[in-house]
Design a protein around this ligand. Structure first.
Ligand code: HAM
Length: 424
């Protein structure tokens, strides 16, 4: 028997009906982001493995356990597990920081696949997609608030309800070491009750204990020291200003003192939006400030702030009523023998005039053509028969209302386009 193939575990095909929802989400995001001055950047999916160890952090789960990394020749290559590092790399490589002026950071967005070798479950894939944005060149807390507000505006536009914005500060090089010491002493006193992974984290990078998924550990860690209580003056002030900015912009949030995120490059603000309806993987998006990253990658001192939204998760929560119905403007119905060829020719002319339409490629019974018009979610049926062709005037049936009218060929394209344009 011949071997058949299936998509790899943790990867999936986005079939046309679902792709329409993806396109709607992407289109809404692109339009909204452009209003905030974000421009698209497309970076490669393949990067040097070292880039992610350097930025995301060698001790993180993403780099230690989940990265698709391999060697080709003498190069060590990874499928990107995220794109913030890639954007920062591109900014350094192309000296894009030269475009930045005080008070005018550069804003980039990206949409594309990311790869993490995780255990697949609802909302968790090995190849997944993100819509992300990165703002480079401004340390001011108003940037954090403005960018978070944009993300919230996107979720509103897509009708994502029952969600919550969680906010925290992870401090900076001045206060985090002090917190790490406090946390380490606290963990030392509770080591015997923590899982093996947390005991390793205690040795390597104690903040990572907050990534732990073990319910017993999580319960215990509720009582661990809180970073927000140990912030240095500058970080504390930044955090206060971000919260004030969010309030001014009407963005509701909750401070979650143990939110640390699974990546090492963050400084000060971190945030996530969690939503009902996603199951155990309830984080719809996450992000934060990464002021040291560009310098870490060999660039100048350039503050950064950004976010990434899980596209699969976003599509799951999308209000389906907001998605414009797909389908074509018209199905051409060939009436009588040989009319299908004339219908094909008419279809060609209509397409040239901006109408989406389909005509049969062989002679077919009328009933079959009408059934197909339904399947194609055509908004109109256009009947193409000998008389119509001779008179250059066609019967157009509105398939939603059932109303029929005769339309001159010269007016046909605008009539059909207009019929669909109220939905796009
Ligand atoms: P992250 O929290 O690792 O952050 O990922 C952001 C979002 O991507 C998650 O909230 C989730 O929706 C989605 N996601 C992550 N892993 C998976 C998966 N295996 N399957 C499906 N969806 C997934 C980042 O990636 C940072 N680059 C965010 C950022 C941008 N920080 C600053 N700028």
């Amino acid at each position: 028997m011949q071997e058949t193939y299936r998509a790899l575990r943790g990867t999936r095909d986005i079939l046309p009906a679902e792709a329409e929802r993806w396109q709607f989400v992407e289109h809404t995001a692109r339009t909204l982001f452009a209003r905030y001055g974000f421009r698209e950047i497309r970076t490669p999916i393949l990067e040097s493995t070292g880039l992610f160890a350097r930025s995301v952090g060698a001790a993180t789960d993403i780099v230690r356990k989940e990265m698709y990394a391999f060697s080709v020749g003498t190069e060590s290559i990874a499928l990107r597990p995220e794109a913030t590092a890639s954007v920062a790399r591109a900014v350094v490589e192309h000296a894009l920081f030269r475009e930045i002026a005080v008070g005018y950071p550069e804003r980039y967005y990206y949409i594309g696949p990311m790869f993490r070798h995780e255990r697949p479950q609802k909302g968790r894939q090995r190849q997944f997609h993100q819509i992300g944005g990165e703002v480079l060149g401004a340390a001011e807390p108003v940037v954090d608030a403005e960018t978070i507000q944009m993300v919230e505006a996107l979720l509103d536009a897509l009708g994502v309800e029952r969600r919550e914005l969680l906010l925290n500060s992870v401090g900076d090089g001045a206060c985090r070491p002090r917190f790490r010491d406090e946390l380490r002493s606290w963990l030392a006193a509770h080591l015997d009750r923590l899982c093996a992974d947390c005991r390793r984290r205690y040795e390597e990078n104690p903040l990572r204990v907050f990534d732990c998924k073990e319910p017993a550990d999580r319960e215990l860690l509720q009582r661990a020291p809180r970073l927000t209580e140990l912030l240095c003056t500058a970080c504390d002030e930044h955090f206060t200003q971000v919260r004030r900015g969010l309030e001014a912009l009407g963005v509701r949030h909750r401070v979650e003192p143990h939110l640390v995120r699974g990546l090492d490059y963050y400084q000060r603000t971190v945030f996530e939006v969690v939503a009902e309806g996603l199951g155990a993987q309830n984080a719809l998006l996450g992000g934060g400030r990464y002021d040291g990253l560009v310098q870490e990658l060999g660039g100048p001192e350039l503050p950064g702030f950004g976010f990434s939204i899980g596209l699969e998760r976003l599509v799951l929560l999308l209000d389906p009523r907001r998605v414009p119905s797909g389908g074509v403007d018209a199905a051409l119905i060939a009436v009588g023998a040989e009319a299908w060829l004339a219908a094909q020719a008419l279809a060609g002319r209509l397409r040239g005039a901006g109408v989406s339409c389909v005509a049969p490629t062989v002679e077919r019974p009328l009933a079959a053509q009408l059934r197909r018009a339904d399947r194609l979610r055509a908004r109109h049926a256009v009947f193409v028969g000998e008389t119509e062709l001779a008179e250059r005037s066609f019967t157009v049936k509105d398939l939603r209302t059932g109303a029929q009218e005769r339309v001159e060929e010269s007016a046909l394209a605008s009539r059909l386009r207009r019929g669909g344009s109220d939905e796009h």
